[in-house]
Design a protein around this ligand. Structure first.
Ligand code: AMP
Length: 479
């Protein structure tokens, strides 16, 4: 399918061409036409599927076609994190670059002055995080009474972050007659209930983003004691193939400690998490995207939804407590059809979490056995609240065993091992049960990623919608 088959106006098609998009992604192919026709939509999809364009294109086109460039806000997009909100606004700007539709973004953690000044001018599309928006509504800087398009993006994440009450209050300020689009990676019952109250006969689209993304990701697992993880990480970083590395830490404190320990090992890195100022987070992210820093250490809150072009490696320093988060984390790499590697560190204490992850992804992750810090059975000093051994508080920088510290030996190990099977997630959490009994556009929502029809051995070639590698676009150009 081509974009021009979707009734998209030439000005937007041209912008998509500039972006290097050759074909609509599955969610775009399914959602754009019904949205152009005015339907509400509930989409089971996460970042990485092209969902932003799926809703941004119809909104831009709708606003453009009415040509009512008055001082009213016509579209509101709510996103859970500042980073995601910024990215969404950038997407509106990219796809609408040949139009006169004006979009801005507002979020908390920075002073509101520049945002209220921007709001005083013409705004057609407002992208916002809920807290700051509510604040500015209460201060009467924002009038939502002319909203015609309302998007709730990453609704499950908003729920996790305790934002749903704010979202409900905001919905109270927008007209009931509107077009509403709700996107969520998972459909917890609270989101399903919310969707029933805010959507009007929505069409339902689900893509299995995770599997389509994950197919291109090589997954590896190292069993390693918690107090040796930093040594293993430093060892892996010797390999220049780890060109752009996002390290996930479970806690903010842990992220800061990793940065400190990596510095001691001679690897500069930057942490982003909720305790960092918005400016510091954005600066770190920009430096990382523009390849000025090689290693970014992040917590989930700061990193979910991030779209970083050409991220070669994701390292899960700690395994997540919730198995779905594994999929979100590794999905930061291997994006838009590019390949990537996800490396997980698993301590004795985390084996239960690993089991849950492997059950979710329906495969065993490829274990790298030959490395200098294999797990030892030495009893850990204390019991944690969870009943398992407590994590050591400090990193130890004990010297590494010489014989195996050469990274080359890992590579040999890797190539000698069978290749990790591509992941295909058809878990009920993500697809089948999510929309059980609902009407589905295209009739193949459970397996819409199958449209890629890719032989497993050569996924990349068959990612029909992947960016045109010959395109002028680069991360630094448009971010
Ligand atoms: P999203 O899920 O909206 O965050 O998009 C994920 C990534 O896919 C972004 O880098 C987009 O620029 C890219 N993308 C979106 N639509 C397409 C398309 N039709 N072809 C190629 N890349 C796309």
């Amino acid at each position: 399918m081509l974009f021009k088959e979707l009734n998209i106006i030439t000005a937007i098609q041209k912008a998509l061409e500039d972006e290097g998009y050759q074909q609509p992604t599955p969610i775009q192919a399914q959602a754009i036409e019904p949205l152009l026709a005015g339907s509400d939509l509930i989409g089971c999809a996460q970042t990485g599927t092209g969902k932003t364009a799926a809703y941004a294109i119809p909104i831009l086109q709708g606003i453009n076609n009415t040509q009512a460039y008055d001082h009213t806000i016509k579209a509101l997009v709510l996103a859970p994190t500042r980073e995601l909100a910024i990215q969404i606004n950038e997407s509106f700007k990219s796809y609408g670059k040949y139009l006169t539709v004006k979009s801005i973004v507002i979020y908390g953690g920075v002073s509101q002055g520049s945002q209220t000044r921007a709001l005083a001018k013409r705004v057609d599309v407002l992208v916002a995080t809920p807290g700051r928006l509510l604040d500015l509504i209460n201060q009467k800087f924002v009038d939502l009474s002319h909203i015609r398009y309302f998007v709730l993006d990453e609704a499950d994440q908003m729920l996790d972050m305790g934002m749903i009450q704010d979202v409900k209050k905001i919905i109270g300020y927008i007209p009931q007659v509107r077009q509403t689009m709700l996107f969520s990676a998972t459909m917890p019952s609270a989101i399903e209930k919310l969707s029933e109250t805010i959507l009007n006969k929505p069409i339902k689209v689900a893509v299995t983003p995770v599997s389509s993304t994950v197919d291109t990701i090589k997954q590896e697992l190292y069993y390693v004691n918690q107090n040796k993880k930093i040594n293993l990480l430093a060892d892996l970083l010797k390999n220049p193939l780890l060109a752009s590395v996002l390290v996930f830490s479970r806690t903010k404190h842990g992220a800061d400690k990793i940065v400190k320990a990596l510095k001691a090992e001679g690897y500069p890195s930057v942490a982003i998490h909720g305790n960092k100022s918005q400016n510091a987070r954005q600066a770190a992210l920009n430096d990382f995207k523009n390849k000025r820093i090689r290693i970014l250490v992040a917590t989930d809150i700061a990193a979910r939804g991030l779209d970083i072009d050409e991220l070669s490696h994701v390292i899960l320093y700690d395994l997540p407590e919730v198995p779905e988060i594994y999929v979100h984390r590794i999905g930061r790499t291997g994006r838009a059809g590019l390949s990537g590697t996800a490396i997980s560190f698993c301590d004795q204490d985390e084996k239960g979490l690993l089991k849950e992850i492997q059950r979710l992804i329906k495969q065993n992750i490829n274990v790298i056995e030959n490395h200098p810090y294999p797990i030892t059975d030495a009893p850990s000093p204390a019991k944690s609240k969870r009943g398992g051994p407590q994590r050591p508080r400090e990193f130890t920088n004990t010297p590494k065993p010489k014989a195996k510290s050469n990274h080359g030996s890992y590579d040999q190990t890797r190539s000698a091992r069978p290749k990790a099977k591509p992941v295909s997630i058809e878990n009920d959490n993500w697809t089948g049960n999510t929309f059980a009994g609902s009407k589905v556009i295209g009739g193949d929502y459970q397996h819409s990623d199958r449209r890629f029809d890719k032989p497993k051995a050569d996924n990349e070639k068959n990612q029909h919608w992947k960016k045109d590698s010959g395109s002028k676009r680069s991360s630094s150009q448009y971010r």
